[in-house]
Design a protein around this ligand. Structure first.
Ligand SMILES: [Cu+2]
Length: 208
């Protein structure tokens, strides 16, 4: 459902994504495919905003809300998460404000999956970005196309998937995300590869 067909905004968003946001989060073929409005471009920075230092528009504020990348030395708890086609185990996660958690993520499915932390708004924004990556062949159903991922997109920078609040894993691969949660806020862990979120590959993060 490539309804994102207005070329001008698409080009702008794509180059923005390549230049500024190193996340490959994305997804959107199914219900979310309305054309990108001008104002939505700013949302592209939400995941990066999670790093805290980024100040593109409103996402810096979100970044403070959702927490920050954690230090390994501060980890007090490890949570194992397995990714399947298309769901997670566990189905929901409970954390405490201020807690630093190591998420050990393993992809046990046959397709490429992501584990990303963010608000629903952040995920939605990144689903659009992931869709761009899909359209550019950077990600495929079961693999990351690293050759295309690292291409210079004309702005002197390649692209890679290294957001601290997200990890993208091919089938059989494992990785981790260390995250320090701040105050209670409506967070979700989700896979933003086209189609996955909509088919249920997301779950709530609850604060106790
Ligand atoms: Cu997925």
């Amino acid at each position: 459902m490539l309804t994102l067909t207005t070329n001008a905004p698409r080009l702008v968003i794509t180059s923005l994504a390549f230049a500024t946001f190193l996340t490959l989060t994305a997804s959107a073929w199914a219900g979310a495919g309305h054309g990108p409005a001008k104002g939505e471009q700013q949302n592209q920075g939400h995941m990066m905003g999670a790093q805290g230092g980024d100040s593109h528009g409103p996402e810096g504020h979100h970044g403070m809300e959702i927490g920050a990348p954690g230090k390994a030395a501060d980890v007090t708890r490890t949570i194992d998460v397995t990714m399947h086609d298309n769901y997670y185990k566990p189905e929901q996660i409970t954390v405490k404000a201020g807690e630093t958690i190591r998420f050990k993520i393993t992809n046990k499915g046959e397709f490429l999956h992501e584990f990303g932390l963010g608000t629903a708004v952040m995920h939605k924004a990144h689903q659009k970005e992931m869709m761009k990556m899909w359209e550019h062949g950077m990600i495929e159903a079961d693999r990351i196309n690293r050759g295309k991922m690292m291409m210079d997109h004309g702005d002197g920078r390649g692209m890679k998937h290294d957001d601290p609040n997200s990890i993208l894993l091919e089938p059989g691969k494992s990785g981790e995300v260390i995250w320090k949660f701040s105050k209670p806020v409506d967070l979700e862990f989700a896979c933003n590869i086209p189609g996955h979120y909509e088919s249920g590959m997301m779950g709530p993060i609850k604060f106790k």
